[in-house]
Design a protein around this ligand. Structure first.
Ligand code: AMP
Ligand code: ZN
Length: 499
C-alpha cells in the first residue's frame, strides 16, 4: 500500500497506478439509468459507488468532470435488433403517454432518489435524445471507415471485420474472434445482420415506432451503445481517463462502445474501465420477475416481507460502504440490522469526538503514534482501489480509541492537542465529505422511536387539514420548515410518509 492511487482496470484485469491524461484533471464518464421505470436499489448501489469515487478523486485535489448520461431512447428489450421494442416507447404505449412524459417522470424520480442517498450531481448529465446529431455523425464516420454496413435503412457495426483488423474487439469481455466466428456458424442468421455479434448503430423505425429522427439512411433512431460513445467524446474528448458502469454492462454495452470509438476515430475511449458488482438479496440477484426485490421506498418505510423494520437512507449508504465496489453486496435483514448498529456507533463516536476537548499538557506517546498510523491507514485503503470496507475498519479502530478516551480507559496525556484536532478533521472528512454520509440518526429512529413518529404523524395530519381548508400558507410553511430540517414528505396513494 502506498500514497499513490491504484485503480483496478477491468481492461487489463489488474490494479494499475492511476495517471491522469492531464495533470490535475480527470474526465470520468458513468453510464446512467434508462428512465423507463423507478430506479431500483441495484442502480442506487452503482451510483453510490461512483459517487464515493467522485468524492474521493475530488478530495485528492483533482478537478473532475463527471459525466453521467440519461438514456431516454434506443435501449431495446432483448437484443438490439430492429424487431425489438424500445423500453421507453413500450411503457409510453402501455400507459398511453408521450415517451417524453415517461422520461420526465422517471428522470425526476431518479434525481429525487439520488438526493435522498446524498449523491452529488454530475458535472454534466447529457441525454441521448439531445445528441442525435452527434450520433448520426459518428455512424457516418464508422461507415466511412468501412466498419459498418447498411441493410434496409438500418446500419450495423461489422464486428468480424473489426476483430480481424484489431485485437481490440473482445478485450474487455474476453471474447475472441474465434468465438464470434463459431457463433456465426452455429446460429442461424434470422436477422438482417451479417453476423450475430454485429450490432445496430442506427435502426430504421417501423411505422408504429414513436421516437424517430431523419438521417441519411432512414427515419429511425440510434442504437443504445452509440449514445455513450458520442456523448463521452463530445464532453470528455476522444480519449479520457475513467469510464464506469455496472458489471452487467461490460458486454455487450461497453465492448461495443469501445468498438464504436475505434471504428469512428481509431482511438481508445477510456484509459481505465471501472465496473461495480451486483446487488443481491438473500443470496440471489435482485429480480422483479421472481419477487426477489425490494424498492428503496419499501426499505425506508419497512413495508416489505423481506425486512423486519424500516431503515434510513443514510443507514443504507453506510451498508453499501461496508463492501468493496467490485464485490457483490448481499442485502439481508440480518446484515442491515448489523449495519445499523455500526452506523449508530460511528455517528455517536463522531458526536462524542466533536464535543471532546483536550485537558492540555499531553505529549506524543504510543497512543498518539497508533492514532496517526490508523489515520494514514484509512487513506491508504482508499488509495487501494477505493477500498471503503477496509477504510471503514480503520475508522472503527479509531472509534474504539475515541470511546476509550471518553471513558477514561485510554490516557489523554499520551496524545497531543494537535492530534485530537487532526482526528476531528479526519472523522469529518472521511464520514461526510468522502463517504457522503449524513447524520440522520433521528430520522433513522423513525420506526423505533414512537414519540418522533407520533409527532410526525401529527404534523402530517395538520398539513392535510390545512390543505383541505385551502390554507396554503400553513401547508407550505409545514413543508418548507421540514425541508429545512432535511425531512421530506411524500404523498403516496392513501397516506403521506416522511423520510
Ligand atoms: P440501467 O438503468 O438498467 O441501464 O442501469 C443503470 C446502472 O445500474 C447500470 O450501470 C447498471 O449496470 C447498474 N445496475 C443494474 N442492476 C444492478 C444491480 N442489481 N446491482 C448493481 N448495479 C446494477
Ligand atoms: Zn453507456
Amino acid at each position: 500500500m502506498s500514497n499513490q492511487l491504484v485503480i483496478h482496470n477491468s481492461l487489463s484485469r489488474e490494479k494499475e497506478v492511476f495517471k491522469p491524461l492531464h495533470e490535475g484533471n480527470i474526465g470520468m464518464y458513468v453510464c446512467g439509468p434508462t428512465v423507463y421505470s423507478d430506479v431500483h436499489l441495484g442502480n442506487c448501489r452503482t451510483f453510490v459507488s461512483f459517487d464515493i469515487i467522485y468524492r474521493y478523486l475530488t478530495h485528492l485535489g483533482y478537478k473532475v468532470r463527471y459525466v453521467r448520461n440519461i438514456t431516454d431512447v434506443g435501449h431495446l428489450e432483448g437484443d438490439a435488433d430492429s424487431n425489438a421494442e424500445d423500453k421507453i416507447a413500450k411503457k409510453a404505449r402501455l400507459e398511453q403517454l408521450e415517451p417524453m412524459e415517461i422520461v420526465q417522470r422517471y428522470m425526476n424520480g431518479f434525481h429525487d432518489m439520488m438526493k435522498i442517498f446524498n449523491t452529488l450531481p454530475p458535472s454534466i448529465e447529457p441525454r441521448a435524445t439531445g445528441h442525435i446529431v452527434e450520433q448520426i455523425e459518428m455512424v457516418q464516420q464508422i461507415l466511412d471507415n468501412g466498419l459498418a454496413y447498411i441493410k434496409n435503412g438500418s446500419v450495423y457495426f461489422d464486428t468480424i471485420k473489426f476483430a480481424e483488423q484489431s485485437e481490440k474487439y473482445g478485450e474487455l469481455s474476453g471474447r475472441k474472434l474465434e468465438d464470434l466466428l463459431v457463433e456465426t456458424r452455429d446460429l442461424k442468421n434470422q436477422s438482417e445482420k451479417n453476423h450475430p455479434s454485429d450490432f445496430a448503430i442506427w435502426i430504421k423505425a417501423s411505422p408504429e415506432h414513436l421516437m424517430r429522427w431523419n438521417s441519411p439512411w432512414s427515419v429511425g433512431f440510434p442504437g443504445w451503445h452509440l449514445e455513450c460513445s458520442a456523448m463521452s467524446t463530445k464532453y470528455l474528448g476522444t480519449n479520457f481517463d475513467i469510464h464506469g458502469g455496472g458489471s452487467d454492462l461490460k458486454f455487450p454495452h461497453h465492448e461495443n462502445e469501445i468498438a464504436q470509438n475505434y471504428g469512428s476515430c481509431n482511438c481508445a475511449p477510456a484509459n481505465y474501465w471501472l465496473h461495480t458488482n451486483m446487488l443481491l438479496m438473500n443470496g440471489r440477484k435482485m429480480s422483479k420477475s421472481d419477487g426477489n426485490t425490494i424498492t428503496p421506498q419499501q426499505l425506508f418505510t419497512g413495508d416489505s416481507e423481506h425486512i423486519s423494520k424500516a431503515y434510513s437512507p443514510m443507514m443504507l449508504r453506510f451498508f453499501m460502504l461496508q463492501s468493496h465496489y467490485r464485490s457483490t453486496l448481499d442485502l439481508t435483514d440480518d446484515a442491515l440490522l448489523a449495519a445499523e448498529k455500526g452506523y449508530k456507533r460511528l455517528m455517536e463516536a463522531n458526536n462524542i469526538l466533536h464535543a471532546m476537548s483536550h485537558p492540555g499538557g499531553g505529549s506524543a506517546g504510543a497512543l498518539d503514534k497508533e492514532i496517526h498510523t490508523l489515520m494514514s491507514g484509512a487513506f491508504e485503503e482508499m488509495n487501494d482501489d477505493f477500498n471503503t470496507p477496509k477504510a471503514l475498519a480503520k475508522l472503527f479502530e479509531l472509534v474504539t480509541k475515541v470511546n476509550g478516551l471518553k471513558a477514561g480507559h485510554l490516557p489523554f496525556n499520551e496524545i497531543t492537542e494537535d492530534t485530537l484536532a487532526q482526528l476531528k478533521t479526519l472523522f469529518h472528512t472521511l464520514i461526510f465529505n468522502i463517504f457522503g454520509l449524513k447524520d440522520d440518526l433521528q430520522v433513522a429512529n423513525a420506526a423505533g422511536n414512537g414519540k418522533l413518529d407520533g409527532l410526525m404523524q401529527l404534523i402530517i395530519e395538520l398539513r392535510a387539514t390545512a390543505r383541505a381548508n385551502k390554507d396554503w400558507t400553513t401547508s407550505d410553511k409545514i413543508r418548507d420548515t421540514l425541508k429545512e430540517l432535511d425531512i421530506q414528505l411524500k404523498d403516496e396513494k392513501n397516506k403521506t410518509i416522511w423520510i
